[in-house]
Design a protein around this ligand. Structure first.
Ligand code: AMP
Length: 284
């Protein structure tokens, strides 16, 4: 695996390989890698000639400085994992490489309601920072395909809007959520869960599955109310449980309203904030 730390080196590599007619797949991450991330790399390797993975803990998307400080950093283990799945390139830039002082990387895109609801309502500025870093990384890597996880469904929806608004010729590929055996969605944050909380955290995916099983019997309003009640256990603080249209992210009042419906939730489990979602109706 090649390791590049500067924009210049990465750019030279990608330009050379592209000139030879190769396609580039890109998997942006914040490190502390797990099987979820590796599934994106595997998917990229299936369809692209070269796969670039970036590890960059982006300061501009953290609205909470303590969260940024506590974000796990495990670069040695990450490098081993990336090597084990035969990643071609690891891009590991410092903050100054991504945000040089003389470069204006701020974006002024309007995402309408997409970045106002759910995560947007609870993490002000988060999506602005996320879109800023994804745009910057895409400008550097210039991939043909971008691989992102359904795990961060709202993030992916906003990136899709950004690609459309900027007419960037990049295909966005959504990869399914990889879960632990007991259903907990894999996340870099899971490693911060104490054992008891780790066990209780399975309630999140269980609740999403229960909701999915009842869409023919109950309305979204009733299901949301019941899910919020289920998630109100002592160690938990559910922030939201929403049932939304998968394109607009607006609340769905009736399951017949939309052919693409997703249940999304964010729950504090002790000190750790976890998100998860489940597609309730899939477009044909
Ligand atoms: P992160 O390092 O958390 O920024 O995630 C990097 C990419 O990995 C994003 O596109 C995530 O949606 C994706 N990802 C994170 N967890 C999972 C998972 N459990 N299954 C599939 N993709 C995931």
């Amino acid at each position: 695996m090649f390791l590049f730390k500067t924009v210049k080196d990465l750019h030279n590599f990608v330009t050379l390989y592209r000139e030879k007619g190769n396609t580039i797949g890109f998997v942006p991450t914040m490190g502390a890698l797990h099987e979820g991330h590796l599934s994106l790399i595997r998917q990229a390797k299936k369809t692209c000639d070269y796969t670039v993975c970036s590890i960059f803990v982006n300061p501009t998307q953290f609205n909470d400085a303590a969260d940024l400080d506590k974000y796990p950093r495990t670069i040695t283990a990450d490098t081993d994992l990336l090597t084990s799945v035969k990643t071609d390139v690891l891009f590991l830039p410092a903050v100054e490489e991504v945000y040089p002082p003389d470069l204006d990387t701020k974006l002024t895109l309007d995402f309408g309601q997409l970045d106002q609801v759910m995560e947007g309502a609870f993490r002000p500025g988060h999506f602005e920072g996320m879109a800023q870093v994804v745009k910057r990384l895409l400008d550097i890597v210039q991939p043909d395909q971008l691989f992102m996880g359904q795990k961060d469904f709202q993030q992916l929806t906003i990136v899709r809007s950004m690609l459309q608004q900027l007419a960037m010729p990049i295909e966005l590929v959504m990869c399914p959520i990889i879960r632990e055996k007991d259903g907990l969605a894999m996340s870099s944050r899971n490693r911060r869960l104490p054992a008891a909380d780790r066990q209780s955290a399975t309630l999140i995916s269980q609740t999403l599955s229960e909701v999915a099983n009842q869409i023919n019997e109950k309305t979204p309003t009733v299901l949301i109310k019941e899910a919020m009640e289920t998630l109100h256990i002592p160690a938990f603080k559910p922030e939201y449980f929403a049932i939304v249209d998968g394109y607009t992210l607006q609340a769905v009042e009736d399951f017949r309203e939309s052919d693409f419906v997703v249940a999304c939730t964010a729950v504090w489990v002790g000190e750790v904030r976890l998100i998860d979602n489940k597609i309730l109706k899939q477009p044909k």
